[in-house]
Design a protein around this ligand. Structure first.
Ligand code: SF4
Length: 414
């Protein structure tokens, strides 16, 4: 909708767009922009009426996002450090001066040590697709700079998904309303996927059972028919015990496995070591609850698995993800409407580096370093040269493990 005044000026318009925050809901937004005495300003952000998934409402955080856009604390111009690192002393600078300084430092590092010495530490999880994938990545690809490879936060789960399902996309979350059993494993949708719980409730009202596997008593867990408060780091054991139970009780989908899966024998051989009683000891769960999970999941159709990322953040996290993802395959929980696996719904988004393949900027292969080990490879005296670290859309001191090492690395006096 656009409102035009008598002089033909647009005084108010509603822009339809999508939320770019790193959230599986990807809400459709209607943003009202109004001409005010301070210029064009966002005066309202709400759900766009056009999306069935957004369903007419958005989270409070984004509803108030205009406050953040116009917050007096917001940094709107470049700041150049004037004091010691960590002292918080900066002066404002023009963009020309700031960009000139960055270019000067990069040129110097490349002249001394080659493009490897410049490291692009970009994350941009809440940037829009084009912003995330376009000029910053193209620039560093053209320079030949080192890539700080995304090795934390969903990287393990992503690798596990690819190894089990290849290119298969997540099931559409809206399909869950057709499920008769919903298994939510390592996810807290009430907090981080807020449009999903109402769909689960809809399924529950229609008679679906709900199982939540999470060490914490989340809001979803409190409402579930079965909550398995698993000991952190033992998810692979639970998944293998379920597989073993299915093998022993004739619940395996042999035809489906023969038609669609490789490696099931090896997996079942590993699972054979995990009786329900032994799994109960390791996971801290009651044997009866594990049996209930295995029986419900083995006998109910259609069943939907909503897998999150909780289980990946432990030792053997990748193995846990793979073991869990194998269960719908072993049980043949696909094809029928309301069955399948809901994982990351961003699989359709363009992947930043996939947009700028090596061939686009011919040159030697670029070096890559694991992002989560920045505290090691940027440490003074490290064998991996890093003379310029360019951080965009990321907060290394907050997001990377071994924080003391990260602080020490960022305190380098060069
Ligand atoms: S729930 Fe909030 S953060 Fe998530 S997509 Fe919707 S508006 Fe964005």
């Amino acid at each position: 909708m656009t409102v035009i005044d008598e002089a033909g000026r647009t005084t108010r318009s509603v822009v339809h767009t999508a939320c770019t925050l790193d959230c599986p809901d990807a809400c459709s937004l209607a943003v009202t922009v109004t001409m005010t005495s301070e210029g064009r300003r966002i005066t309202d952000i709400d759900a766009s009426p056009d999306s069935t998934f957004t369903d007419g409402w958005i989270c409070a955080k984004v509803k108030r996002h205009a406050q953040r856009v116009y917050a007096p604390e917001r940094v709107l111009s470049p700041l150049i450090r004037t004091g010691a690192k960590g002292a918080g002393e900066f002066r404002e600078a023009t963009w020309e001066e700031a960009l000139g300084l960055v270019a000067h430092r990069m040129r110097g590092a490349i002249a001394r040590s080659g493009p490897d010495a410049v490291v692009a530490f970009t994350y941009n999880s809440s940037a829009a697709v084009l912003e995330r994938a376009s000029f910053t990545e193209a620039f560093f690809a053209a320079v030949g700079a080192t890539i700080a490879e995304h090795t934390i936060c969903a990287a393990t789960m992503g690798a596990a998904w690819d190894s089990v399902f290849g290119e298969m996309a997540s099931a559409d979350p809206r399909e869950v309303v057709h499920s008769k059993l919903v298994v939510i494993w390592g996810a807290n949708p009430t907090v981080s996927n807020t449009h999903f719980p109402p769909l689960v409730q809809q399924a529950a009202k229609a008679g679906a059972g709900v199982v939540v596997i999470d060490p914490r008593a989340t809001a979803m867990a409190k409402r579930a028919d079965l909550h398995l408060a698993i000991r952190p780091g033992t998810d692979a054991v639970l998944a293998l015990a379920v597989a073993n139970h299915w093998a022993a009780t004739g619940r395996l989908a042999h035809e489906f496995i023969a038609a669609h899966a490789d490696g099931a024998e090896a997996l079942l051989a590993a699972a054979a070591e995990w009786s329900i009683d032994r799994a109960a000891e390791v996971t801290g769960l009651a044997a009866a609850d594990i049996t209930t999970l295995a029986e419900w999941w083995g006998t109910t159709r259609p069943t939907m698995l909503r897998i999150g990322w909780g289980q990946e953040r432990n030792s053997n996290g990748g193995a846990a993800c793979r073991a869990i993802l194998a269960l719908p395959v072993l049980g043949g929980h696909f094809v029928q409407r309301g069955s399948g696996v809901i994982g990351s719904t961003s699989a359709g988004a363009a992947k930043p580096r996939a947009r700028w393949p090596q061939e686009a900027f011919p040159g030697p292969p670029r070096r890559s370093l694991p992002l989560h080990q920045v505290g090691q490879w940027m440490a003074p005296g490290s064998a991996d040269p890093c003379e310029v670290l360019f951080v965009q859309g990321a907060s290394p001191l907050v997001m990377c493990p071994h924080q003391q090492a990260v602080v020490a690395a960022f305190s380098r006096d060069d």
